[in-house]
Design a binder for this molecule. Structure first.
Ligand code: CA
Length: 243
């Protein structure tokens, strides 16, 4: 089953929002409407969308200021933002892009153009999630053939463990909180408890066997995949002896 991309529509004019939502729905997208910045923030806190359509002129906090804020936030920083604007001036367009918008659509726009631009930003972001091989030491993951090997030995794991490993390998050495992993691997943390992450990390370690030392638990912070597990283990031992 193909997932319907979620689109958060931040637009204060109901008629425009409704028109956008209807067209998105008819074209395989899942729209959510927020009429102001507070609602938009609440929606974002609850579910991370695949794309944000953001009106420039909003009551209260402007779209421009929201774009800037969301770009700085670790959680929302990689969600593509398309600015909806009645301002076609070059200076304004530049300001929108400078604020972190991926693209802009000048009102009035055709729904065809809007859909084309949404698909384009999704395609541009897709390479990050797409196939290819990732290697951390002797651990090799090939996303196109769905194979994981360690020192040449094939490892078997479930689809969630595979996705989790893929994400950890692509973002190695960084510590990921359970909440971040839920967002990135599960895509929607609303109905899943953070404990679920621990269950899948445990299963992943079992599947990895000897390579499981690469997956570190960072106390109070989350998980990390590291190419230098030995150095970390030695440091831990040294610390333990110092106590
Ligand atoms: Ca408006």
């Amino acid at each position: 089953m193909k997932m319907m991309p979620r689109v958060l529509v931040v637009e204060d004019e109901e008629a425009i929002a409704e028109l956008i939502a209807v067209n998105l729905r008819h074209n395989g997208f899942q729209p959510t409407w927020a009429r102001d910045s507070e609602t938009a923030q609440r929606e974002l806190d609850a579910i991370l969308p695949d794309v944000i359509l953001l009106d420039w002129m909003l009551p209260g906090e402007s779209g421009l200021s929201l774009a800037r804020k969301w770009r700085k936030d670790l959680r929302t920083k990689s969600v593509p933002i398309l600015m909806l604007t009645a301002r076609g001036d070059e200076a304004d367009r530049v300001a929108g892009l400078d604020a972190g918008a991926d693209d802009y659509i000048v009102k009035p726009f055709s729904t065809k153009e809007m859909l084309a631009r949404i698909r384009a930003v999704l395609r541009r972001r897709a390479p990050e999630q797409a196939g290819g091989t990732v290697a951390i030491g002797a651990l090799l993951l090939d996303a196109s053939t769905y194979r994981v090997t360690y020192e040449g030995e094939l490892l078997k794991m479930g689809p969630t463990e595979f996705k989790l490993l893929h994400y950890l390998m692509r973002n190695a050495e960084r510590v990921h909180s359970r909440g971040q992993l839920l967002d990135k691997v599960w895509g929607d943390h609303v109905f899943i408890e953070e404990r679920t992450v621990d269950v899948h990390v445990k299963r992943l370690r079992e599947a990895l066997g000897a390579a499981s030392v690469l997956v570190e638990t960072v106390r109070g912070a989350g998980y990390r995949l590291t190419a230098q597990p030995l150095a970390a283990a030695l440091k831990k031992n040294a610390a333990a002896q110092a106590c």
